[in-house]
Design a protein around this ligand. Sequence first.
Ligand code: PEP
Ligand code: MN
Length: 338
Amino acid sequence: MIIVMKQGATPTNVESVVNRVEELGYKVHLSRGEARVIVGIIGADDYLVRSATFEVMDGVEKTVRVMQPYKLASRDFSQTDTVIDVGGVPIGGKRIAVMAGPCSVESREMVLEIAHAVKEAGATILRGGAFKPRSSPYSFQGLGEEGLRYLAEAREETGLPIITEVMTPGDVELVGDYADIFQVGARNTQNYSLLKALGKTDKPVFLKRGISGSIQELLMSAEYILSGGNMRVMVCERGIRTYETATRNTFDINAIPVLKQLTHLPVVADPSHGTGKWDLVGPVAKAGVAAGADALMIEVHPQPERAWSDGAQSLTLDHFAELMRELEAVAQAVGREI
Ligand code: PEP
Ligand code: MN
């Protein structure tokens, strides 16, 4: 349940409401919008809270029962789109953020080369996996901390913030020492101990939709992180498993506008994993932007045919630069910038 404060509510009014909620034994989350403050009550029994008749308190406009099982992630909680600042790069808002880089960090030279090239082409964030969730235990598992060091060096050289995957709660501290954004992969969307650990951190979290996960399950996973106190979460459509075998996954374009309706969190499209084929990445990236995505995640590799993972869906550096140019017109057509 949320309590919407009046536009002119004073700090004392807000404090009294917060005190009353805490007296009832619940946790509070305050959202300070441009015009008004919203008091979110976490874990509240609606009847109990309602019986406390918050409506009669000074400065309170109304109480709203959030019908969805996710509360802090819902549009009811915040009408305004959340914008996450990552080292000066906004995610959400008018400008579409582009996270580009290799599927896996393979070597220092390769990451530095890619970082410079994607920055030159207009990417705003560097991606790269150091801990890789591979379907086979015999596949390359990532360089681990060595890979994180190369990413950090690439950030030093280019100024691009870095996003990289964390797979277990035990790695949160180590990955957090290097990363600007934690990535939670599709295989870990419902790894609740990981989500709880990330809820206690103060770094943004990029949460992918599960391979066979519904949109509601994705938002419930986001809720785990938000309810832990970390409000900087973005959600990503990366394709789901269907009966279709022509592509690696089926990119659910519907998920983009549906998520924009249901949540205030930034919505990201990942056409690389969404299609699994490099020549489909451009069309689906454009569709994602047209459908309202706030950011894109795109895999690039200087020599995709030699990539240690996901080569088939990786763009060459030239193809990536070309796509960035083409995306400008699409972004403009829907009132965005890239
Ligand atoms: C990745 O981003 O390289 C990755 C492993 O993605 P996903 O979790 O969507 O499969
Ligand atoms: Mn990948």
